[in-house]
Write a protein that binds this ligand. Structure first.
Ligand code: MG
Length: 222
């Protein structure tokens, strides 16, 4: 089967927003007497806002009411939006823009599938929404990664079989979601955590479309 689309995750793939998510959880936890630890990042990366909070409260052995949790989620997002207010189109991660341009030139469709409820809003604010054929975020799909639903949904909208798409993901949960949906997956980051991906790179900078197509389909050819 031929590859016909690239599907980008948002946080950690299109933009380096993961560290602002991390920082906003750190500020929030501090307000309720808990401490965020660096290893928590692996759990939080790619997880939905509510799943992240539930994990952190469970770890901190803090029992809160539904109402209190709602208030914390709202506050977390307020802090996050404040922290990312300065981001512009120039802050797309290295290699992203050239890859999108190359893909479009070759007739590939280009999409975004993010577990963040802020993804579409941020892309719109920085003027990047038009770069993509389809943008789906956590407002559109209730099931959070590692559930494959978000990738299945994007493939349906693209009118493609998942095996005609390459998902680009920086989180273990996102890689798992893409694999479970039946997509090819390019992992971005540490191979130690992304070993389920068909191919792993440390950056998209300088990466050509051909490198990706050859890399992900190596197991098919072999
Ligand atoms: Mg991500």
């Amino acid at each position: 089967m031929m590859i016909r689309a690239l599907i980008f995750d948002f946080d950690g793939v299109l933009m380096d927003t993961g560290r602002y998510h991390y920082k906003s959880w750190e500020i929030l936890l501090d307000k309720i007497g808990l401490t965020l630890e660096p290893e928590d990042d692996l759990v939080l990366k790619g997880a939905s806002r509510i799943d992240s909070l539930e994990y952190l409260l469970h770890k901190g052995q803090l029992l809160l009411s539904h109402y209190q949790k709602e208030a914390l989620l709202k506050e977390k997002n307020r802090i996050y939006l404040d922290l990312i207010d300065h981001l512009t189109l120039q802050d797309l991660l290295p290699g992203v823009y050239p890859l999108i341009q190359a893909a479009k030139k070759e007739g590939y469709q280009v999409a975004v599938a993010s577990g963040s409820r802020n993804a579409r809003h941020i892309l719109e604010r920085i003027g990047a929404l038009d770069l993509f054929d389809i943008v789906i975020d956590a407002n559109d799909v209730p099931a959070a990664k590692p559930d494959p639903e978000i990738y299945e949904h994007v493939c349906q909208l693209l009118h493609l079989h998942p095996a005609e798409t390459v998902v680009i993901e920086d989180a273990e949960k996102g890689v798992a979601a893409g694999i479970a949906a039946g997509c090819y997956v390019l992992g971005l980051g540490d191979p130690a955590y992304l070993d389920k991906a068909h191919m792993v790179v440390s950056s998209l900078a300088g990466l050509g479309l051909d490198d990706i197509l050859q890399g992900v389909s190596r197991d098919l050819i072999a």
